[in-house]
Design a protein around this ligand. Structure first.
Ligand code: ADP
Length: 316
């Protein structure tokens, strides 16, 4: 027989247990809340760090870009002043020889400005999703070989030997030939920039069935292993003390990567400091329906594009 006293005790124990259970639940809820807050704080710290890095990168970019804009502008304005002086002193005819040289330099600097502005515009188009590929079925071997042929005069003038090789004569794939030209010219332009007289540049196209592999290889100064991934980031340049004090904004390779990725492909680099670099591009071998094969010789204004793309390498 349970007496009233025992019943009260049992009720009190049950109620105490309920209170403890409630409190435990509350503690669990608090723990969960604190955990979520911790995660939130950690995420906020992380995004703060990422934002600071991006801001620093953009600041560096503004400094770089101002320098890159000012250099050709200074050359142009100094040359215009000089011409004006020749005109005022009536010596235009006498100075004909040097004027021709100056006009060449002005043209070169106009190309440099065009390249810079093209790159900035395309880079922001990519960021905002307005960059478009105009895909058609093309013989990629011919597209690349044509580009190589058209830069040969330039590489000859720099004392560099450019060699094209392929394991197939024809491979029709869906691509935007103008954008592929941009990719290959950018890679060749870098290969030239970081090579010395007498060096060799190899351009190779290989048929790997599911994809086509294009590579641009040089035996120039090379890239440190720790920089092999970051060189594809926007505005990223390798520490100038290591990479030779060349012109540039660090937009080129990020554009190249975006164009390759828009084609459904990928790009990576292999390098050894002092022994050269190799940039490898893989583009899927697929065709688009209702194909319209446009041959590479139909690419418009190739000469203009080459002058613009190679404009930050000075003719000696
Ligand atoms: P930039 O316009 O400054 O040349 P890129 O995006 O084309 O920018 O290249 C980024 C950096 O990658 C360069 O500043 C250079 O340090 C390095 N780089 C690119 N290509 C080569 C190469 N073929 N050999 C050595 N370094 C290279």
């Amino acid at each position: 027989m349970v007496c009233a006293y025992d019943n009260r005790m049992i009720e009190e124990i049950v109620s105490a247990r309920n209170i403890i259970r409630e409190q435990n639940n509350e503690i669990e809820r608090l723990k969960e809340f604190i955990g979520k807050q911790d995660n939130k704080i950690a995420t906020e710290i992380k995004s703060n760090i990422i934002m600071k890095k991006a801001l620093k990168c953009q600041e560096e970019f503004i400094v770089n870009i101002s320098h890159e804009l000012k250099t050709p502008l200074n050359v142009l304005s100094a040359t215009v002043q000089l011409f004006s002086m020749y005109y005022d002193s009536g010596s235009l005819d006498k100075m004909k020889g040097s004027i021709v040289k100056y006009i060449k330099s002005m043209k070169q600097n106009c190309y440099r400005l065009s390249k810079l502005i093209n790159n900035i515009v395309d880079s922001s188009k990519i960021e905002t999703g307005f960059f478009e590929l105009h895909l058609s079925n093309n013989n990629i071997v011919e597209v690349v070989e044509d580009i190589v042929t058209s830069v040969t005069d330039f590489t000859d003038s720099k004392g560099l030997n450019i060699i094209f090789d392929t394991d197939t004569e024809e491979k029709i794939i869906a691509c935007d030939p103008e954008k592929i030209e941009r990719v290959v010219l950018n890679l060749i332009s870098n290969a030239i920039k970081f090579s010395d007289k007498g060096d060799e540049i190899f351009i190779d196209v290989k048929d790997k069935n599911e994809f086509i592999e294009m590579s641009v290889e040089d035996n120039g100064i090379g890239i440190e292993e720790k920089n092999l991934d970051t060189i594809f980031d926007r505005f990223k340049q390798v520490d100038k003390s290591l990479s030779r004090n060349t012109e540039g904004t660090g937009i080129g390779l990020s554009l190249v990567k975006s164009i390759v990725e828009l084609h459904g492909g990928c790009i990576y680099a292999e390098s050894e400091v002092g022994n050269g670099s190799k940039f490898i591009v893989n583009i899927p071998s697929r065709n688009i329906p209702h194909e319209k094969v446009i041959h590479s010789n139909k690419i418009s204004s190739k000469n203009g594009n080459i002058k613009v793309e190679l404009s930050d390498i000075h003719l000696s």
